[in-house]
Design a protein around this ligand. Sequence first.
Ligand SMILES: NC(=O)c1ccc[n+]([C@@H]2O[C@H](COP(=O)([O-])OP(=O)(O)OC[C@H]3O[C@@H](n4cnc5c(N)ncnc54)[C@H](OP(=O)(O)O)[C@@H]3O)[C@@H](O)[C@H]2O)c1
Length: 198
Amino acid sequence: MKIVVIGATGTIGKAVVAALEGRHEIVKVANRSGDLRVDIADTGSIRKLFERVGRFDALVSAVGKVHFGELAKLTEKEMAIGLNHKLMGQVNLVLIGRDHINDEGSFTLTSGILSRDPIRYGAAASLVNGALEAFAPAAAIELPRGIRINVVSPGVLLESMPTFGEYFRGHEPVQASRVANAYVKSVEGRLTGKVFDV
Ligand SMILES: NC(=O)c1ccc[n+]([C@@H]2O[C@H](COP(=O)([O-])OP(=O)(O)OC[C@H]3O[C@@H](n4cnc5c(N)ncnc54)[C@H](OP(=O)(O)O)[C@@H]3O)[C@@H](O)[C@H]2O)c1
């Protein structure tokens, strides 16, 4: 399969590439490096990316910024970061990518544990993750040509504990290689409309 991985240089993206690249052609996409570059917050940039990629069989998105901060001080502008980037960035990869994906292809997006297990300072992330997890099952009903869509919802990664550990006290961190298996299941299996909690 020809698989486009958005966020291929990130903590999750690198593990996904490692899990898939032995068996497939991988197009590694990131913002500042990679085979190709995109800004997922810019629909023009997404359109150009798909024109360069051509037809493909699967897209994995392991990308998305959100603002973490105290609810009492959270502004509309800060809330919009996650809505424009992690939520609509990934949704637009589907809305624009559906015209370029082959029959029976698949989209795999990334949400996160805060949809179901909230933490202090995480309201914006919970909002976006919940929206992504509601979008995929609904989109799965209507996507044409046997195209599938799933969301992977990882817990905090072991590899990210130095950065996020203090916000996730008591959470069971999960290794990137284990998270990557959920993306493999989504891409190489036949399930659709699912949220894979890891
Ligand atoms: N890490 C965790 O513990 C964890 C847990 C649950 C969910 N998640 C979610 O998983 C996703 C990826 O997390 P991560 O920790 O792997 O992130 P990361 O290590 O920061 O990597 C982010 C990746 O996205 C790319 N990127 C950044 N801005 C972009 C843009 N505007 N357009 C296109 N690509 C862009 C980066 O490319 P450049 O390096 O070129 O900028 C990089 O490849 C995020 O949505 C995050 O919320 C992460």
